[in-house]
Design a protein around this ligand. Structure first.
Ligand code: UTP
Length: 464
């Protein structure tokens, strides 16, 4: 048994002992003061009791609802007769400054294999603009259009925080007022050894930690004080999206209007699934609540069910675009640990008892993440609205193949070609791109574009 190294605070030592995690201090004597201090901070933040519970529940952490309880939900069609009225209501809220925009950008982007935060990826097919710049320019354009600055909240993680802040600063916040861009950092979770439940160490003075999932947004929003700040500023709704989708219609006034006219607490967009096993979360109805079931968890028979017209019965795929009511978020974040953890088996490099780094060849660890969609069933009133892949969903996930830079750039080109066609302009098959400051949507584009022009080569429609 390890003895308490001198200079380790006794309560911390006792806490680790109680949960059989004292091996985390095995290298204490070799650490310098700064390393000791930072290890103490990591260990102090740990909730060992929760980790222990998660480890014991590892086989049954998530239960898919019974198939008979999973039903399709009511979905507002993309083209609805009352869209104009909803848009007007949304525009009024935007003019009144009731909306904030939140992007989650704390992920490690491991599949893309880009060595910086994913938001820095240069995705513009012609401009080479980064995902962050495209999003920030949409937020800026919204502010111009409605005469009210929209606060832009950027959630980072310890893995992306520093570089993200520096990137925004280097680009002068992409023209947004600096004081309207709010960075906040999500929490982390340690990884546990699959066989023993012990904390894995990344280095002698450092636990292996990873971001606690996009569900960490809610805790981080509340902890950072931002949620209170939004309430003080009279912000009533938060438009939520993921950093990797440059097509998202940030602050879409029709969606905002529909959200507030139905007094929804949590509104979601969905895209029609193209096949039963699409790698998209499924939005469904369970016990009268809007619920997300991951594609890997949806029972096969249910995934393949079709209605009389041959359409998938559960056809609502999630592009992770939501509007949350601020009061709803304040309510749900009052209880600590509100969202459940999902447990994944992963290969995690670790320090063995001899102090050597081991690169595992099989899954050796449990990682824990919270998912934002677990907040949906907590909403008393909710709303689901259809949109299309082509219009609003082109996620950047992989280095090549599906959802790669090539498919995302081509989606940006396609939407530009589509808007050109609406303006009566045909375009040959060449890269096209529309700057959000030139036009935020099809109507604005049609109004602004010079209809006498001919498109002959790659064309960028930029702010004049
Ligand atoms: P993904 O689950 O696709 O993860 O995140 P990822 O980091 O982008 O990519 P992989 O899986 O490592 O290849 C979807 C969105 O959620 C954010 C990501 O930044 C992305 O916008 N996210 C994910 C967080 O903000 N925090 C997390 O802990 C996880």
């Amino acid at each position: 048994m390890l003895r308490s190294p001198a200079s380790v605070p006794d309560p911390l030592w006792q806490h680790l002992r109680q949960h059989q995690q004292e091996h985390a201090l095995s290298w204490w004597d070799q650490l310098d003061d700064a390393e000791r201090q930072s290890l103490i901070e990591q260990l102090r933040d740990l909730d060992c009791a929760t980790l222990e519970r998660l480890y014991f529940q590892r086989e049954q952490s998530y239960r898919v609802p019974d198939s008979s309880a999973i039903k399709p939900l009511d979905i507002v069609p993309a083209e609805s007769p009352d869209n104009a009225a909803m848009r007007a209501a949304g525009e009024e809220a935007l003019r009144d400054g009731e909306l904030a925009v939140l992007v989650v950008a704390g992920g490690q982007g491991s599949r893309l294999g880009f060595e910086h935060p994913k938001g820095m990826y240069p995705i513009g097919p012609i401009s080479g603009k980064s995902l962050f710049q495209i999003h920030a320019e949409k937020v800026r354009a919204l502010g111009h259009r409605y005469g009210k600055q929209v606060p832009f909240l950027v959630m980072t993680s310890p893995a992306t925080d520093d570089e993200t802040r520096r990137f925004f600063a280097a680009y002068a916040y992409f023209g947004l007022p600096k004081e309207e861009v709010f960075f906040f950092c999500q929490g982390t979770m340690p990884a546990l050894d699959l066989a023993s439940g012990k904390l894995l160490m990344e280095a002698p003075g450092r636990l292996f930690l990873s971001p606690d999932g996009h569900g960490g947004t809610l805790t981080a929003l509340a902890k950072s004080g931002l949620l209170d700040l939004l309430v003080e500023r009279g912000i009533r709704h938060i438009f939520y999206f993921q950093v990797d989708n440059p097509l998202v219609k940030i602050g879409d006034p029709t969606f905002v209007g529909r959200h507030l006219m139905s007094r929804s607490e949590a509104s979601s967009k969905i895209v029609p699934k193209q096949g039963p096993k699409d790698r998209l979360g499924n939005l469904v109805l369970v016990d009268g609540r809007c619920t997300m079931i991951e594609y890997s968890d949806l029972p096969d028979a249910l995934a393949h069910e079709r209605d009389a017209g041959g359409r998938l019965r559960l056809w609502a795929g999630s592009p992770a675009i939501h509007i949350f009511d601020v009061e709803f978020l304040a309510r749900v974040t009052e209880g600590a640990g509100l969202l459940p953890f999902h447990i994944a088996r992963k290969k995690v490099p670790y320090l063995d008892s001899e102090g050597r780094i081991v690169q595992p060849t099989v899954e050796n660890a449990l990682k824990f993440e919270r998912f934002i969609f677990d907040v949906l069933p907590l909403a008393e009133r909710w709303l689901v609205v259809e949109t299309s892949h082509q219009e609003e969903f082109a996620p950047l996930k992989n280095a090549d193949g599906a959802d790669s830079p090539q498919t995302v750039r081509s989606a940006l080109t396609q939407i530009a070609a589509e808007w050109l066609r609406s303006a009566g302009i045909e375009a040959p098959s060449v890269p096209l791109e529309i700057c959000p400051l030139f036009a935020l949507d099809r109507e604005e584009f049609v109004r602004r574009v010079d209809r006498s022009q001919r498109i002959e080569g790659p064309t960028y429609f930029s702010q004049r």
